[in-house]
Design a protein around this ligand. Structure first.
Ligand SMILES: Nc1ncnc2c1ncn2[C@@H]1O[C@H](COP(=O)(O)OP(=O)(O)O)[C@@H](O)[C@H]1O
Ligand SMILES: [Mg+2]
Length: 251
């Protein structure tokens, strides 16, 4: 049975898509079969940030009842599968967002983890993604407005009786007062991701940051979160040291 997490936020631009992609990648490297669903229907970015084009079989077609959800799945890398969104604006019409629940039920047994990248805020499409998940990971930046908007999402989660797995603080550049933030949200912080210039470069190049540079600070931060989720440790090979050991034949 898959564990399903929706990645949600109050504000747009806080790093949901970046986190969804790299969390999924980290889970796949930990040997868990992982599916990332692009459920940001009005502005789907997963394919773009993975260097893919407009995929013919996509979540919009499924939500219009034209294809089976299993036909939308694309293998991106070993253990890392995606369901892309359509980049065509015309595909936004006649979609039934609530179909996602039945769709996900059909995928329960095929994956270890299902990660849903959602729209920001508390509109219909965002709420549907929240309802489709078992638990929500709420991502926020540490600016006041971002924290307040994320807090509004927690109120909706309480009303809908949806569990929060935890809060992730992203683009962090300064020392954080964890206790104050946890008290504010009445929820646990499960990780912080530092501000990292490589994020933008990797996204613009259509490569998950973890593949672009596994030693980059934000890669390491996300791997830590994946390890916390799974209880498994990823052995990052330090290629420089590996090469030296190989030269001296100690490896
Ligand atoms: N940890 C980080 N460090 C630096 N830039 C980041 C970080 N996380 C996200 N970004 C940048 O923030 C922007 C928005 O990220 P994105 O994942 O598209 O947000 P969302 O999906 O929440 O709208 C992108 O330009 C991305 O490069
Ligand atoms: Mg996004």
């Amino acid at each position: 049975m898959a564990k399903i997490y929706t990645i949600s936020s109050g504000k747009g631009g806080v790093g949901k898509t970046f986190f969804s992609i790299n969390l999924s990648r980290a889970l796949s490297l930990l040997n868990f079969k992982t599916l990332l669903i692009d459920f940001n229907l009005s502005t789907p970015n997963v394919s773009i940030n993975l260097g893919l084009g407009n995929e013919n079989n996509n979540i919009h077609k499924f939500l219009r009842g034209e294809i089976d959800i299993k036909d939308c799945i694309k293998e991106y890398k070993e253990n890392f599968y995606i369901i892309p969104g359509s980049l065509d604006i015309k595909d936004l019409i006649y979609i039934s967002t609530e179909k996602i629940h039945n769709g996900i039920m059909k995928l329960y047994d095929d994956f270890d983890y299902i990660i849903i990248d959602s729209a920001a805020g508390i509109g219909k499409e965002a709420i549907e993604a929240l309802k489709a998940s078992e638990e929500v990971i709420l991502i926020t930046n540490v600016e006041k407005s971002s924290l307040i908007d994320a807090y509004r999402v927690t109120k909706v989660l309480d009303n809908l009786d949806i569990k929060t797995f935890g809060i992730v603080l992203n683009k962090v550049r300064k020392k954080i007062n964890y206790i104050r933030i946890e008290r504010f949200f009445k929820r646990q912080i499960i990780g912080i991701i530092h501000y990292d210039e490589n994020v933008q470069i990797s996204m613009d190049n259509g490569i998950p940051l973890i593949d672009y540079n596994i030693n980059s600070i934000a890669s390491r931060d996300i791997i830590k979160i994946a390890e916390k989720i799974t209880g498994k440790e990823l052995k990052i090979r330090n290629s420089f040291i590996d090469n030296i050991l190989k030269i001296f034949k100690w490896k």
